[in-house]
Design a protein. Structure first.
Length: 105
């Protein structure tokens, strides 16, 4: 059976009760994702253009660091992707088309 996983060879880290590099990177990526989501909300609710510009700069910086963290984790094999099945994509696309048509009624 063919694997649909897309990943790099995993860099081994010490196991045990103490946090290792993978644990720290997982925590960092999770926090960056949460900060990015919250900053997106702050952007939409900024009360003036100066504040929006400052928030946008922070947001862009967060996104840059989030991407770098993800890429490093992927490089070390700590983050993997799954190749989507064509049938699954087609089914989901059809479902979304149906939902859209129902909304337009």
């Amino acid at each position: 059976m063919k694997s649909n996983k897309i990943c790099n060879p995993k860099k081994e880290v010490p196991e045990g009760i103490l946090l290792n590099d993978q644990d720290y990177m997982t925590i960092l990526l999770s926090n960056l994702k949460e900060l990015t989501k919250n900053m997106a909300i702050a952007l939409t609710e900024a009360s003036n253009s100066k504040l929006y510009t400052e928030y946008k700069s922070m947001f862009d910086n967060l996104i840059k660091h989030q991407r770098a963290c993800y890429e490093l984790m992927f490089k070390f094999g700590w983050y993997s992707l799954e190749q989507a099945d064509v049938k699954k994509i087609s089914t989901l696309s059809n479902d979304l088309d149906t939902q859209l048509k129902n909304l337009e009624k």
